[in-house]
Design a protein around this ligand. Structure first.
Ligand SMILES: NC(=O)c1ccc[n+]([C@@H]2O[C@H](COP(=O)([O-])OP(=O)(O)OC[C@H]3O[C@@H](n4cnc5c(N)ncnc54)[C@H](OP(=O)(O)O)[C@@H]3O)[C@@H](O)[C@H]2O)c1
Length: 335
């Protein structure tokens, strides 16, 4: 019996949030495996803000997804059949699975996938979150770029998200005073009561700028920036001379034409060191990051949370949740 593969194709380039028709669900038969190929069943899809950028017709660190193609995404999959020398049935892998039920792997695509060794007490989904791309991004942004020192003040935006929540905790591990900026009371409570942040600022409250000032009486030494726009400008205005800005993401601009960086004068006047980075720059050091993150997690120094949706058909709603703040921690779709 032939297997049917459900796939989300990019049909139109979204203007703001995704609307029906931007992605289209279609079915395709899975072809019989040729020598050198393997078939993996996708178990979990990672929802990442960068997917929205891949949908736009702009050249970034990866080419845009072509209209009509299966939408690119990271995912966690399990080999169900193999004629590939490097994979056996039951192997678990992570990589660019795409938004679909099954992914066909051939020799040319082998570098896109990484085998996951069995690790006791670690869930499969952790390899998409705290031990996956978002945890690893936070690790390199903090350890290689921010280089946090005891007593410094760190401000993290989108702090209750997958990357921000880990970046802030790495700041705590290194003795920083950590302030998270997040949308809503529940997220702010999670940051201070569960994750040990020193303060949290709810940017949806009208007085959030005063709250940020109160929470940072000695100014800000490190800004781990995930949002851009007004949040970034406000944080930059409170930076200390020679502070460091880790430019990880600018999510407030991903659904707009506005590049979200209208004015950069604080960088000049305060002699800030600003560094952007893409986690792919660190591909040859992922094992180092995952090992350290894993140790912190096992020793209780790092907590993580996931927001899980069930069903491939939920993907468009899930992508939009990243831009409306519907997730806390890592957002994952379970298939
Ligand atoms: N440089 C890299 O290699 C790299 C790798 C991974 C991720 N990133 C970046 O890291 C950032 C976080 O990504 P993630 O995967 O960890 O997602 P996430 O933080 O788990 O989810 C996105 C969060 O951003 C917040 N947000 C969305 N729109 C906002 C707006 N207009 N103003 C303020 N907050 C907004 C929402 O939380 P609230 O409820 O708090 O609004 C939402 O939950 C993104 O900018 C992403 O592009 C960069």
């Amino acid at each position: 019996m032939s297997i049917v593969n459900r796939q989300w194709h990019l049909q139109a380039r979204p203007k703001g949030l995704l609307v029906p028709g931007d992605l289209q669900l279609a079915e395709a038969p899975v072809p019989a495996l040729a020598e050198g190929q393997a078939l993996a069943r996708v178990r979990y899809l990672s929802m990442d803000p960068t997917m929205r950028m891949w949908m736009a017709d702009v050249q970034l660190y990866m080419p845009p997804v072509a209209l009509g193609d299966v939408m690119r995404s990271f995912g966690f999959a399990e080999i169900v059949e193999s004629r590939h020398p490097q994979y056996q049935k039951g192997d678990k892998i992570i990589g660019l699975t795409g938004l679909q039920d099954y992914v066909l792997i051939d020799a040319s695509a082998k570098s896109q996938f990484q085998k996951i060794p069995p690790v006791p007490f670690v869930s499969d989904t952790a390899f998409l979150g705290v031990l996956g791309i978002t945890g690893i991004t936070a690790y390199f942004g903090m350890m290689d770029i921010a280089k946090p020192q005891k007593g410094e003040t760190l401000v993290v935006s989108a702090a209750a998200g997958a990357t921000g929540s880990i970046a802030g905790q790495i700041g705590k591990i290194h003795g920083c005073r950590v302030i998270g900026i997040a949308g809503g009371e529940d997220k702010c409570k999670w940051l201070t009561q569960d994750l040990g942040f020193d303060a949290a600022v709810d940017y949806k409250r009208p007085d959030w700028k005063e709250a940020l000032a109160t929470a940072t009486p000695k100014g800000i030494d490190i800004n781990y920036e995930n949002v851009g726009g007004e949040i970034m400008h406000t944080v930059l205005s409170r930076m200390n001379l020679h502070g460091r800005v880790v430019l990880c993401g600018l999510i407030s601009g991903y659904t707009k034409e506005d590049p979200a960086l209208a004015s950069f004068s604080n960088v000049l006047l305060k002699r800030l060191r600003v560094q952007g980075f893409i986690v792919l720059d660190y591909a040859d050091r992922y094992v180092e990051a995952a090992t350290q993150l894993g140790k912190w997690k096992v020793f209780g120094k790092l907590k993580d949370r996931e927001t899980l949706l069930e069903g491939l058909e939920k993907v468009p709603d899930a992508i939009n949740m990243l831009f409306t703040g519907g997730n806390t921690g890592k957002l994952i779709v379970k298939l």
